[in-house]
Design a binder for this molecule. Structure first.
Ligand SMILES: C[S@@+](CC[C@H](N)C(=O)[O-])C[C@H]1O[C@@H](n2cnc3c(N)ncnc32)[C@H](O)[C@@H]1O
Length: 304
């Protein structure tokens, strides 16, 4: 059983992130990205009488990892509704909140989910299989301009306009519904050596749009800022520069745009104190053990 749990997802920066939460045995904690439950299990191992952990995940597949522990409550929801679910569970304030953003290895490894260009299958990419547009819906219905914006903003792809234009031309002939069909359309745009890297960017951009990741992150960060007790910790692991910028901004300035608001004396008004000024990243041993940890960045801030 243990091995099955491990293959769902190997937790990234496990000890530095959970240590950063400053767990007290009787405290109230939230893991907004439960996934394989690696971080949640470590948090639960540090809880005792009166301790409580809420674990969120919008993907029903994560339910197979639910921990049988009296201190644990699983919430199958998007973390953008953090505020509503805390209220529903009569929780006014929490001691620390952990977010380990993005998708899990399970998403990339399950050929049915459409997250990986290693497999053919439906172009889906929804973390919540019950809601919203799939990647195929987006590719077949968005305007050329909107597609170009997504590839540029979320994938930082230099040839975003060309990419959007070949997609729109191809879909005029026939709907693009599978990963195989999509790759046939876009692959000629990329040189052999950079092909994998560029495809990863295209898939990342689509995944972010399908799951409305930036909007959900923004709403969760504001709800988390509100929900934390003074002295409570916000602990976030990011995997790409867009989400990292948002997290850095909220921790430094209290807003996701990074607008500095100063008081009469010129001091920046922010709800947080940074615990680590420099981002924490996995060491070489962790990257070797788990190559998917390579792009991880951990930031920790304490509510004033
Ligand atoms: C990187 S994995 C977390 C792995 C987890 N820390 C572990 O150790 O197994 C991210 C998880 O968060 C979930 N997720 C991502 N965005 C979400 C959101 N907006 N609301 C709820 N769950 C989300 C994904 O479904 C995925 O299972």
């Amino acid at each position: 059983m243990g091995n099955e749990e491990l293959t769902y997802h190997v937790p990234v920066l496990l000890m530095p992130s959970v240590d950063g939460m400053n767990i007290r045995p009787d405290g109230t904690y939230v893991d907004v990205t439960f996934g394989g439950g690696g971080h949640s299990r470590e948090i639960l191992s540090r809880l005792g009488d009166g301790g409580q952990l809420l674990g969120f995940d919008q993907d029903e597949d994560a339910e197979q990892n639910i921990v049988d522990n009296p201190h644990f409550i699983f919430v199958r929801s998007n973390f953008r509704y953090l505020h509503n679910f805390l209220r529903y569970h009569n929780i006014e304030e929490v001691d620390s909140i952990l977010a380990d953003l993005g998708v899990s290895s399970h998403h990339f490894d399950d050929s049915e989910r459409g997250f990986s260009f290693r497999f053919d299958g439906a172009l889906d990419m929804r973390m919540n299989k019950r809601a919203g547009d799939t990647a195929a819906d987006i590719i077949n219905t968005y305007s050329e301009e909107r597609l170009a914006d997504i590839f540029y903003l979320y994938g930082e792809l230099k040839n975003s306009r060309k990419l959007a234009s070949v997609i729109v031309k191809a879909r005029a002939g026939q709907k693009i519904t599978t990963i195989g069909e999509f790759l046939e359309v876009i692959k000629p745009l990329f040189g052999r050596e950079r092909e994998k890297k560029e495809l990863a960017k295209v898939f990342q951009a689509l995944r972010i749009e399908v799951n409305q990741e930036m909007e959900a992150l923004k709403e969760m960060l504001y709800a988390a800022t509100e929900a934390l007790k003074p002295g409570g910790r916000l602990v976030v692991i990011t995997y790409h520069s867009l989400e990292d910028r948002m997290v850095k901004n909220i921790m430094k300035t209290g807003n996701v745009e990074g607008k500095m608001e100063k008081d009469f004396f010129g001091n920046v008004q922010t709800p947080f104190r940074l615990v680590n000024n420099k981002v924490i990243v996995p060491d070489d041993a962790e990257i070797e053990r788990n190559p998917r940890s390579r792009s991880a960045k951990l930031r920790i801030a304490e509510k004033k």
